[in-house]
Design a protein around this ligand. Structure first.
Ligand code: ADP
Length: 376
């Protein structure tokens, strides 16, 4: 008789549907039963839903959930829901949602009354987890995504380590030269000149480094105020050429600006000059023969100022990281030329700060560094 009940018929039909058969017709009674069961499941969570509690959870900046005495999430905010693979955390245990045995154990201990804070890595993101036992026997579970903060901390640590390393070399050289002078070399005119020259060269390097570090720090902390105004590009380009002309002459390089009069860009005059000076100085520094040319072109409402050199070019794999601070394609050559490794990082900050952008293309015949700025 059992086989004849609507329920048994529905079960058989469903089994056959799932095995690849036609769509099962469940009949009215079974459909109603199924709807009621779903409704009961929904209410299981809804019964406990207190609007004040939900408002509070929604106001928290972190992913937050209340874990009930049975160890499953009773109610949570939207940020917590996004952590669940199904997008719905209520009714599931933290282990099912986050798949971390360590967290699951901490939740269990918190349900027994022990507050905990732990660092957790989930799906390659770093979380700071807080577990607070509440008076009514539940636990407030909060997950703060600290991936970006951790990344920023690591970057800052790297930066300090790099800067200290860069400062150590000239300081050590100055100290050694001064000690040699004091140890007697000062009485030998030829030797003393040599050591004083060492002091002067490394003091110059220190001064460049500290200036670059200060500029970069002001740019990164947004203390650098950009005064944007229409600026004639040609005189600024000529000024950059002028400043590097002695170094270019010494190396027998042709250094010219082909930027025509009349092109006006929206820029901060001082920042634009520093951008072009840095790019031209680099081009002269790294080019052994041939020349360096400044050019301008217009692309829609943007002007592109380029510094083109006939230097050795830069290997492709360096290009994406070239504008990072302290990144060098050829560290030995950069140091030998008195480079700080910060010039292009400053150029990028300045260009972006003026609402523009920078880039580089490089090949066997040389490099082209460009800066794009709005036409004024
Ligand atoms: P640096 O003080 O070392 O020159 P920059 O930030 O100005 O630092 O430049 C970063 C690196 O990019 C340099 O060390 C050098 O390897 C490379 N580079 C920059 N400009 C040129 C160029 N015109 N030709 C070849 N390499 C360059």
């Amino acid at each position: 008789m059992l086989g004849r009940t609507p329920l048994a018929a529905a079960i058989r039909a469903l089994r056959s549907e799932l095995a690849g058969g036609p769509r099962a017709d469940l009949g009215r009674e079974v459909r109603e039963l199924s709807e009621l069961l779903a409704e009961r499941e929904l209410r299981r969570f809804a019964v406990h839903r207190d609007p004040a509690e939900q408002e509070l959870l929604a106001a928290l900046p972190d992913a937050a959930a209340l874990v009930g005495k049975d160890g499953s999430v009773r109610v949570c905010n939207a940020a917590f829901d996004t952590l669940a693979p199904s997008g719905r955390a209520a009714g599931r245990t933290p282990l099912e949602i986050l798949r971390s045995p360590e967290l699951s154990e901490a939740v269990r201990r918190a349900l027994e009354g022990t507050a905990r804070r732990l660092d957790l890595e989930l799906a390659r993101r770093a979380f700071l987890v807080h577990l607070a036992p509440l008076l009514r026997g539940e636990v407030l579970l909060m997950l703060r995504d600290v991936t970006e903060t951790k990344r920023a901390d690591a970057t800052r640590r790297d930066f300090v380590a790099n800067a200290s390393h860069e400062l150590r070399t000239p300081v050590a050289a100055i100290r050694a030269a001064a000690e040699t002078l004091l140890g007697g070399a000062v009485d030998d005119p030829a030797a003393s000149r040599r050591f004083v020259e060492i002091v002067a060269r490394h003091a110059e390097r220190l001064s460049r480094l500290t200036q670059d570090l200060l500029d970069l720090s002001r740019l990164e902390s947004r203390q650098w105020r950009f005064a944007l105004e229409p600026v004639e590009a040609a005189p600024v380009a000529r000024q950059a050429v002028e400043l590097a002309s002695a170094a270019a002459r010494e190396k027998g390089l042709a250094l010219v600006s082909e930027v025509a009069d009349g092109l006006r860009v929206r820029a901060d005059p001082r920042a634009l000059e520093q951008v072009l000076v840095n790019l031209v100085e680099n081009a002269v520094k790294y080019t052994a023969g041939g020349g360096v040319t400044l050019r301008a072109s217009v692309d829609g409402d943007a002007a592109i100022l380029s510094v083109v050199d006939t230097g050795p070019g830069i290997e492709r794999h360096h290009l994406p990281r070239l504008f990072e601070r302290f990144y060098r394609a050829d560290a030995g050559r950069s140091r030998e030329q008195g480079g700080t490794g910060l010039g292009l990082a400053i150029v990028k900050h300045l260009a972006v700060g003026m609402g523009g952008d920078v880039g580089v293309e490089s090949g066997a015949e040389g490099s082209r560094f460009w800066v794009r700025l709005p036409v004024a």
